[in-house]
Design a protein around this ligand. Structure first.
Ligand code: GTP
Ligand code: MG
Length: 333
């Protein structure tokens, strides 16, 4: 179906005003791979208020093994944030499992959260099994939602050994541990898992197993400081009982405050986009393509020097440079 493309500036203004139809239209636009749509999406992202995207709001990633209670905790957090007067958007990334077929996580969330609240926006995104389990649209979509909401939370299933990519594209990452599953602790100990900023053991209502997991995690964490000096808290909660949720919201906010106090907040947002660009380029062109750009580290350093631009514009610019490099190599042969 060919649909008319929206006016990028008008769409950006409507999104910033939390017009729900505009939000849905914008997210669909970012998911549209036709080249005219890509151009429109690039202009739309450019028209979003830069101060919100680079220095405001709180972009949170929530991850953990299947069934740990990520969606239940998210639903409980929504209630706390709403009581605090914050506007909340959720992006639930569903692993495109042939069994569940996708939209399940979002559905479960919607069941819990108040559907009538206009300041809560929930969208689920099927991930197409590409991009290391994280859909490539997540970053542009996160930016879009930051234009309109105070809190943007991205839920993804983090499967132990696999790198948890969402942690590189958010301000704060929260890992939800499942009681009595030692895997997460082993992965943390072995340095296989990226250390999250906040760890919460959910289901404390089941008692002993949850307490045991919590104390094991705390022992592990005492030995593993975040490289930047943030002390990672391990908390206990129960989404079912609604216990520990205020403290969880406080811990997430404390990490955001810590980033700001250490002058790292905007730099981290900028780094998120750089991580997305590098990951995206690596997916498309592999190591060879990255080498044509001088390698990952050189690219990270170069991107940190200049102000953030629309991610699509930046991507297309880098992509053109890789293609030019390929052509030069071919000519030499
Ligand atoms: N006892 C107990 N059960 C819980 C708690 N929180 C969630 N559950 C249950 O755990 C199951 C999984 O909860 P979800 O919130 O869907 O977990 P999830 O991590 O989002 O799961 P996926 O998105 O499928 O990976 C559900 O049956 C919940 O009812 C809790 O605090 N205590
Ligand atoms: Mg879920």
């Amino acid at each position: 179906m060919i649909t008319a493309l929206p006016d990028p500036a008008a769409l950006a203004a409507a999104v910033s005003g939390r017009d729900r139809l505009a939000l849905a239209q914008a997210l669909n636009l970012l998911d549209d791979r036709r080249s005219a749509a890509r151009q429109c999406a690039a202009a739309f992202l450019d028209a979003l208020p830069a101060e919100k995207l680079d220095g405001a709001g709180h972009l949170i990633g929530i991850t953990g093994p299947p069934g740990a209670g990520k969606s239940s905790l998210t639903a409980a957090l929504i209630q706390v944030w709403r009581r605090r007067g914050l506007k909340v958007a959720i992006l639930a990334v569903d692993p495109s499992s042939p069994i569940t077929g996708g939209a399940l996580l979002g559905d479960r969330l919607r069941m819990h959260a108040s559907g009538a609240d206009r300041e809560v926006f929930i969208r689920s995104l099927a991930c197409r099994g590409e991009f290391g389990g994280l859909s490539a649209e997540v970053w542009p979509m996160s930016l879009t939602m930051l234009a309109a909401f105070d809190i943007v939370l991205v839920e993804t299933v983090g499967v132990g050994q696999k790198e948890i990519d969402v942690s590189k594209m958010t301000d704060t990452t929260c890992f939800v541990a499942q009681p009595a599953s030692g895997d997460s602790i082993q992965f943390l100990k072995a340095g296989i898992m990226e250390i999250p900023h906040v760890i919460v053991v959910n289901k404390e209502d089941i008692g002993l197993a949850a307490r045991k997991t919590l104390s094991e995690l705390r022992i592990t964490l005492r030995r593993q400081m975040d490289p930047e000096g943030w002390q990672v808290p391990a908390l206990s909660a129960s989404a079912a009982l609604g216990s520990g949720i205020e403290a969880l919201a406080d811990a997430l906010q404390a990490h955001r405050d810590w980033l700001t106090a250490h002058g790292q907040f905007s730099a981290r947002r900028q780094r998120c986009q750089a991580e997305w660009l590098v990951k995206h380029l690596r997916e498309e062109f592999g190591r060879y393509g990255m080498n044509l750009l001088g390698g990952d580290e050189a690219l990270f350093a170069a991107l940190a020097e200049v102000p953030r631009r629309s991610p699509i514009v930046e991507y297309e610019t880098l992509r053109a440079r890789v293609l030019q490099g390929f052509q030069q190599q071919v000519r030499k042969l």
